[in-house]
Design a protein around this ligand. Structure first.
Ligand SMILES: [Zn+2]
Length: 188
């Protein structure tokens, strides 16, 4: 907790995975971030508490919402269904969103949100860039393991078969990540 600072919320049952992901973003040490288990929404999402947007940036509150509903379409790819390293990887992806949002002012966030909703291309570029954030923060193996698991594990096969077009357009595939990682590691 000394490393994470006291502005972080840990989701029940996933405390260690969350702590590892947080520890990869020392620049977010003083930023208020909570991770909340929900029973709705997309599998994972990084959100900003709307009221905290109107204060100073120091008081901004980010909420990473983790769908933990039982018996839904998303079951195979929810946090609890993933291996430990893949959990760390996807939480590091969500924190990558936070690191990006935290640089933006209110006007820029509004503009960003508009583009994200309006343009599939913008949306895809943004998500695929965010998939690289764990790579730059020392969690390349973990995001790779996430991308691999959701596309190759037998438990995800049906989900991936149905969602392949969406998943491979908006997120980096395991093969794409592997290529980026091997190039990146040559230079570092
Ligand atoms: Zn994302």
């Amino acid at each position: 907790m000394a490393i994470l600072g006291d502005a972080k919320g840990l989701p029940k049952g996933f405390e260690i995975a969350a702590a590892i992901a947080y520890s990869a973003y020392p620049q977010l040490k003083d930023v208020r971030i909570d991770m909340i288990l929900t029973d709705y929404g997309p599998p994972m999402m990084a959100d900003i508490d709307i009221w905290s947007l109107f204060g100073t940036r120091k008081n901004r509150l980010y909420q990473i919402k983790l769908n933990d509903a039982v018996s839904t379409f998303f079951d195979p790819i929810l946090l609890r269904s993933l291996p430990f390293d893949a959990q760390v990887g996807i939480l590091a992806h969500e924190l990558g969103h936070v690191a990006y949002y935290h640089q933006l002012n209110l006007f820029q966030i509004g503009k960003w949100g508009f583009n994200y909703l309006q343009s599939d291309e913008f949306h895809a570029t943004h998500e695929r860039t965010t998939d690289l954030m764990p790579v730059y923060h020392g969690l390349a193996s973990q995001i790779y393991q996430y991308a691999y698991f959701v596309r190759n594990d037998p438990s995800c096969l049906e989900f991936y078969t149905n969602g392949k077009e969406f998943m491979d357009k908006f997120y980096m595939t395991d093969k794409e990540l592997l290529e980026v990682i091997s190039r990146y590691e040559k230079f570092n």
